[in-house]
Design a protein around this ligand. Structure first.
Ligand code: DUC
Ligand code: ZN
Ligand code: ZN
Ligand code: ZN
Length: 484
């Protein structure tokens, strides 16, 4: 049955206008004033509301084995939470254990994601390096439709890769038309600082924040940018949490490098006072990497979103129960790192960003959906309200209010880092590929209704090498081809 969304203001990243939206099957058929609908069309009234492209969260960790446990939200509970907050697609991480085949890890993650209620895609993590990884990356891109590879510069002894591995992998990404992602914290220094604070008798959650200062993030961001540039690759820096990292990204962009930065909703509104003079459980539930920062960093992140030097807002949703967090009692190094946010990202960003005047509603659409779709190469299938695009959209009531409470959330954990936050602006009805996914405060889709979305490689023209552009004599080849 076709659906007509009538009477709303359609908001895209570049303009807004009063228009109806007619949906047939999975896609948008027409957009315009006073559309007429065939007999039998379901009419949804959007009077007084905005009609926004469904949110895309480019950074989640559902059912992820990590730090001796597994994150508590799986692809079912996580994508239900996402849909309730206006997010119609998540991009999660397929995480091969060091030494594990990328192809085997992909099969494992696809099995987990069969439960997804919403559309989803993966980034593939590079946690080790040799010829097998080099070869398998080709299949990951060309057969599996995964065009992004994640690299951890932290988690020494577990997921961390060194500069040699980074250079090889970035170079391989450039050759395949893929985009490398980086978790930018200097893992060697974090390891030393952790030991230092433990030796000083600081064993509680505040030690986690002390051992990961903004400098470790600024250093690693600068390093990854320079290595990507030498490898002729673009770069996406996940969870940009501080001024130090943002400035490195802005500087790189001003020099013509294709570098992207992703603040998290948590870092935009919560700060490191959450770790000070709080009981152990309260503070441990807020332990994530990078940690919450001094409030003075938030203005820089907001300015980046407004000016475009930072492009997207994510959650890094990686939820652990109170019991799981207690694995770190007596040693902050053992507190599983991660917080939730999937269902709160859009309402909190609207409240803290649009309602305050920091972002326009069009910028809100850009950073929650359109820019992400473009950077991940799924635009305009996703990220736009346009004829022919997937009918992923949310009817957004700017006057609706709610107070965030763990007891009403869909995430499986029993607390929420935004507890008590008063949101104004909420998704009332959300559609996923033309099907009603959220209405009357209920999820209307089932386990397994989400599709795995393949993403094509980037055109070769997107691969940059600013370093070589500066040479007076062009090199004989345009890019280093590093082999294992
Ligand atoms: N940071 C977290 O807090 N959790 C998951 C992984 C990460 O990098
Ligand atoms: Zn299966
Ligand atoms: Zn990370
Ligand atoms: Zn992450």
């Amino acid at each position: 049955m076709p659906i007509l969304i009538r009477g709303g203001v359609v908001v895209n990243h570049d303009h807004s206008r009063q228009a109806d939206v007619l949906i047939d099957g999975e896609t948008i058929l027409a957009i315009g004033p006073k559309l007429s609908a065939p007999a039998g069309t379901e009419i949804i009234d959007a009077d007084g509301c905005f009609v926004l492209p469904g949110g895309i969260d480019p950074h989640t960790h559902l059912e992820m084995p990590f730090m001796g446990t597994v994150s508590a939200d799986d692809f079912e509970s996580g994508t239900r939470a996402a849909l309730s907050g206006g997010t119609t697609m998540v991009v999660d991480f397929c995480l091969p254990a060091p030494g594990q085949s990328l192809l085997a890890a992909y099969q494992e993650w696809r099995h987990k994601s069969e439960k997804a209620v919403a559309d989803h895609s993966f980034h593939m993590a590079i946690t080790w390096w040799d010829k097998q990884v080099f070869d398998e990356m080709d299949t990951v891109v060309k057969t599996y439709g995964i065009n992004t590879f994640k690299h951890f510069l932290a988690y020494k002894g577990a997921l961390m890769v060194n500069d040699d591995e980074l250079f090889h992998s970035f170079s391989r990404c450039a050759g395949l038309g893929a985009l490398p992602l980086v978790h930018a914290e200097n893992g060697d220094i974090v390891f030393r600082l952790q030991q230092h604070y433990i030796d000083q008798g600081i064993t509680g959650p505040e030690g986690h924040a002390y051992s990961r200062p903004p400098e470790v993030e600024g250093e690693a961001t600068n390093r990854a940018i320079m290595i990507a540039d030498m490898a002729g690759s673009q770069l996406y820096v996940v969870h940009t949490s501080c001024r130090d990292s943002h400035e490195a990204i802005a500087r790189a962009r001003a020099a013509g490098k294709r570098v992207y930065g992703e603040p998290l909703i948590q870092h935009l509104v919560l700060d490191d006072s959450e770790y000070q003079n709080k009981d152990w459980d309260y503070a441990a539930r807020r332990v994530m990497s990078p940690p919450f920062r001094n409030k003075s960093h938030q203005d820089s992140l907001w300015a980046g979103l407004a000016s475009g030097s930072l492009q997207v807002v994510a959650t890094d949703h990686c939820a652990f129960t109170a019991e799981q967090k207690r694995m770190g009692l007596g040693d902050f190094r053992k507190i599983p790192n991660g917080t939730g946010g999937l269902e709160d990202r859009m309402p909190v960003l609207w409240t803290a960003g649009v309602k305050t005047g920091r972002l326009t509603k069009e910028e809100f659409v850009a950073v929650t959906s359109t820019n992400i779709a473009r950077i991940l190469n799924i635009y305009p299938r996703k990220g736009a309200i346009a004829v022919g695009s997937d009918a992923d959209l949310t009817i957004w009531d700017p006057a609706a209010t709610k107070t965030i409470q763990a007891k009403t959330q869909l995430s499986r954990v029993e607390y929420n880092v935004f507890e008590g936050y008063e949101c104004t602006g909420l998704p009332i009805v959300t559609l996923s590929r033309g099907r009603i996914a959220w209405k009357d405060k209920q999820i209307q889709l089932q386990k397994g209704d989400g599709a795995f979305i393949q993403r094509d490689p980037f055109p070769a023209a997107a691969v940059a090498n600013a370093t070589w552009k500066e040479l007076s004599k062009p090199r004989p080849v345009s890019r280093i081809e590093v082999t294992p």
